[in-house]
Design a protein around this ligand. Structure first.
Ligand SMILES: [Zn+2]
Length: 119
């Protein structure tokens, strides 16, 4: 998790850091190319980006919030590729009941579950 928040009136150093977060991979420092950046969601002043490094192929989610002339961004490393991110963004959240029944099934029927995923 890499987080950076600008004050209301960002200094030029702060702006440079924001720019670097979205232009360079936090893992290998390679420059991001434009074609590796996809906008997943966009609302007024807010963008959720999926950025894939052309160097190390590590992906991050970046949430960019623009407010009164300052820009804040939060980056989070993910193992989701772009198509996974788009597919799962539209999926329903997993409920507690689903997790509980899955946990119960693993405890009681683990051998059948293992046979099922090995098929
Ligand atoms: Zn990289």
């Amino acid at each position: 998790m890499k987080s950076k928040k600008s004050p209301k009136l960002p200094s030029s150093d702060e702006q440079l850091t924001q720019k670097q977060l979205l232009q360079e991979c936090p893992i290998c420092d390679a420059s991001y190319e434009g074609e590796h950046v996809a906008v997943l969601e966009e609302e007024e002043g807010t963008q959720l980006l999926h950025v894939t490094c052309g160097g190390c192929h590590q992906a991050i989610f970046a949430l960019v919030v623009k407010s009164r002339g300052s820009i804040s961004s939060i980056g989070m490393v993910t193992d989701l590729n772009l198509s996974d991110a788009e597919r799962l963004r539209a999926a329903e959240p997993i409920t507690e009941d689903t997790l509980l029944s899955f946990s119960r099934m693993l405890r009681q029927e683990s051998s059948q579950f293992i046979q099922h995923i090995l098929q």
